[in-house]
Design a protein around this ligand. Structure first.
Ligand code: SDX
Length: 431
């Protein structure tokens, strides 16, 4: 990083404060305010709209140009030419694997796909209609109770083993959530299958009947994983980093990330987008919902539209849209009412002044919800699938932070506007 200076002038009788400006390889420079608290000031930035919370080499986003790079590689090229496990290797290690490295990595992940048999009994404690994200928060966090040999966060080998276990076991645990919710027996992973194929098999096969996942749908599932693998310092990744900064074990940190992802403003948007399309129900009701979305007194928002960073098209949405069409063609749902509503909603929103001025474009969640529905996956499982994919991003950021020599516990401060100091009033004296 190169640096140059900024001068902060607070007031006529106060000395200006020199602040370093640091330049990265891409994107905005940052003003280093680490020393400001010693001068008696905090910065104020609720929502972190203007805050770089860390330095990272993993993912770069340009919201105005609609650019998303994983370790420098454009998401469009990775989605088209790579596969999810190769992207996992890239995010974890910083470089694309050689053929031998890729083969070894896939084998290693496959060695960790089974969940400890006793984890199966966890599920019996949940109601069958429990939201699968509630189950995943619980079960993933509980992995720390089983894998004591990968909890020492200062041991690089423990960190690597924990990363492999989490990437490998998320599909197994996710499929167990689904099977439990429909009262079917759990399916074991089949290590001769690819990552996405294995997941779809665990979701839709039964001991009584093996389904051979359709290659077009399997490729679409793998691409959905790639598109959702990482996204810089989003809310759930920032949650994982903050949890990790306390020294919490990786399973607890990923469980915290799953909890944060669940929100409808974040990873829960794909489920919310599909439920919204179902609520709209017919094309002639779209205008009513667009009006509601534009009404400042109505907190209804068009789920699957808008983004904190992308004020241009979400590059993932372009790829997701193509994948969505491929899947709908393959399963013969292109003329489904739901998709017709989605297409019309997309068209109206892209032409509506409100959405154009506020730069609200369809994001990845708008199309992933429809695609996952066409794959036969119930809406409650959509965010679980997002969590499967984002686990590699979360654990890569966690590892980047823990392996950097100067990381410290995250502890933001505040602008206090509460009561000034006052004395306690005994209850008999209170009015
Ligand atoms: C993800 O951060 C990431 O990287 C996240 C993610 C990832 O991969 O990790 O990309 C995944 O979370 C994608 C986003 C999924 N969320 C949704 O689709 C939910 C619907 N979208 C909104 O809730 C909203 O757009 C956010 C939360 C995504 C972004 O919110 P911001 O950046 O805080 O923007 P904002 O709420 O300040 O909105 C700006 C204006 C507001 O109007 P004004 O107050 O200026 O008058 O746009 C309006 C909002 O009311 N607005 C919308 C809208 N989104 C914003 N109006 C109608 N419908 C919407 N969807």
């Amino acid at each position: 990083m190169t640096d140059h200076k900024a001068k902060l002038t607070i007031g006529p009788n106060k000395p200006a404060i020199d602040l370093n400006i640091l330049d990265g390889t891409l994107g905005p420079s940052v003003i280093d305010v680490t020393g400001l608290q010693k001068q008696g000031y905090f910065t104020y930035d609720p929502g972190f709209m203007s805050t770089a919370a860390c330095e990272s080499k993993i993912t770069y986003i340009d919201g105005d140009k609609g650019v998303l790079l994983y370790r420098g590689y454009p998401i469009e090229q990775l989605a088209e030419q790579s596969d999810f496990l190769e992207v996992c290797y890239l995010l974890l290690n910083g470089e694309l694997p050689t053929a031998a490295q890729k083969n070894q990595f896939n084998k290693t992940i496959n060695n960790h796909t089974l969940a400890h048999e006793q984890i199966r009994s966890f599920f019996n404690g949940f109601r069958r209609d429990a939201h699968p994200m509630a189950v995943m928060v619980g079960v993933v966090g509980a992995l720390a109770a089983f894998y004591h040999d990968s909890l020492d966060i200062n041991n690089p080998e423990h960190r690597t083993t924990a990363a492999f276990r989490l990437i490998a076991k998320m599909p197994t645990l996710a499929a167990m959530c689904y099977k439990y919710s429909i009262g079917q027996p759990f399916m074991y992973p089949q290590n001769h299958m690819g990552y996405a194929e294995n997941f779809l098999n665990m979701m839709f096969s039964t001991p009584a009947e093996k389904t051979s996942p359709n290659p077009v749908l399997t490729r679409a599932m793998d691409r959905i994983f790639t598109l959702h693998a990482d996204h810089e310092q989003n809310a759930s990744t920032s949650t994982v980093r903050l949890a990790g900064s306390t020294g919490a074990n990786p399973f607890a940190c990923i469980s915290a990330g799953i909890a944060a992802l669940w929100g409808p403003a974040h990873g829960g948007a794909n489920e919310a987008a599909l439920n919204m399309l179902r609520e709209i129900g017919s094309e002639d009701r779209i205008d009513h919902f667009i009006k509601r979305a534009k009404d400042p007194n109505d907190n209804f928002r068009l789920m699957g539209f808008g983004h904190r960073v992308y004020k241009n098209y979400d590059p993932r949405a372009k790829v997701m849209r193509t994948t969505c069409h491929e899947v709908l063609d393959e399963v013969g749902l292109h003329d489904s009412p739901l998709f017709r509503i989605a297409l019309k909603l997309e068209k109206i929103a892209l032409e509506d002044d409100y959405f154009i001025q506020k730069k609200l474009y369809p994001n990845v969640d708008f199309y992933s919800g429809i695609t996952l529905s066409a794959l036969g996956i119930p809406p409650a499982m959509f965010t679980v699938i997002f969590a499967i994919a984002r686990t590699v991003g979360w654990i890569s950021h966690w590892n980047e932070m823990i392996s950097s020599p100067d990381y410290r516990i995250g502890r933001p401060r505040q602008l206090y506007t509460g009561p000034t100091e006052r004395n306690f009033v005994p209850i008999d004296d209170r009015k």
